[in-house]
Design a protein around this ligand. Structure first.
Ligand code: PAF
Length: 283
């Protein structure tokens, strides 16, 4: 496995693979890798001949400076994990490689209708930062396909819309959410939880399963279901940010006639802000 920090070296390797007619899949990450990330790498390996993973903690997407400085940076361990799953190349740029003229002078991409709802409301500028860095990484890596985890469902749809709106020639594939045994979605932020909080955190997924069952059995008072779940999460010790039943394709508020829904939740527990979501399909 190669690890490269500079853009020239990345482009040189990509050019060689292209000359050899090899296809390339890309998995962007912010490091601190866990089994969830590695499952995305395995998915990428099914889709192309070579897999590139980027590790870059993108300052542009952090609305909270403390969150950025506390974000776990574990590059040595990340490289070992990627090596163990036979990743082909890891791109580990510095902020200077990504933002050579500084972040203030950076052209920023805003994806309308996707950036200002749900997580976008609580985290001003977050999705502009995500869209901008992902567009830059796509142009740097020039892969055929990129894999994004479904845990960040809004991010996945935002990237799909950006790629579509800007005609970026890359295929976006969703990777299933990887869960702990108790159902908690794997996330770098889970390490902010105490052992006791980890047990409580499993309630997030249990509540999603519960709403899914109720909707699939015909309950269609979505506002009631949302409020009921907020209350239950509060009782378990969460500070819910939102529990929302939305259309799966564009995250608009779900109407009774909609068949393909997504239930999304964000809630604070101790020092962690946790998110999760589940698909809900009606016949
Ligand atoms: O999901 C993430 O880890 C990040 O938002 C991403 C896509 C790597 C962009 O920095």
């Amino acid at each position: 496995m190669q690890a490269v920090e500079q853009l020239d070296a990345l482009r040189e390797q990509v050019k060689q693979w292209r000359n050899d007619k090899l296809s390339i899949a890309f998995v962007p990450t912010m490091g601190n890798l866990h089994q969830g990330h590695l499952s995305l790498v395995r998915r990428a390996q099914e889709l192309a001949d070579k897999v590139i993973v980027s590790v870059f903690v993108n300052p542009l997407q952090f609305d909270d400076k403390n969150d950025l400085s506390a974000y776990p940076r574990t590059l040595d361990a990340d490289l070992l994990k990627l090596e163990s799953v036979n990743c082909d190349l890891v791109f580990t740029p510095t902020a200077n490689v990504i933002y050579p003229n500084g972040m203030d002078k950076q052209t920023v991409i805003t994806v309308p209708d996707m950036d200002d709802k749900l997580c976008g409301q609580a985290r001003a500028g977050h999705f502009d930062g995500v869209a901008t860095v992902v567009a830059k990484l796509f142009n740097m890596v020039q892969a055929d396909v990129a894999v994004f985890g479904e845990k960040d469902y809004q991010q996945l749809l935002l990237i799909r819309k950006m790629v579509n709106d800007l005609n970026i020639p890359i295929n976006i594939v969703a990777g299933e959410t990887y869960r702990e045994e108790n159902g908690l979605a794997m996330s770098s932020r889970n390490q902010y939880l105490t052992a006791e909080q980890r047990d409580i955190a499993a309630d997030l997924y249990q509540n999603l399963l519960d709403i899914k069952n109720k909707i699939e059995q015909g309950e269609d008072d979505f506002a009631f279901l949302e409020q009921e779940t907020v209350k239950r999460l509060q009782e378990s010790g969460f500070i819910p940010d939102y529990v929302d039943i939305r259309r799966a394709d564009n995250l608009e508020r779900a109407q009774k006639r909609d068949r393909s829904l997504r239930v999304l939740v964000a809630a604070r527990l101790g020092n962690a802000r946790l998110i999760d979501n589940i698909a809900c399909n009606l016949a």
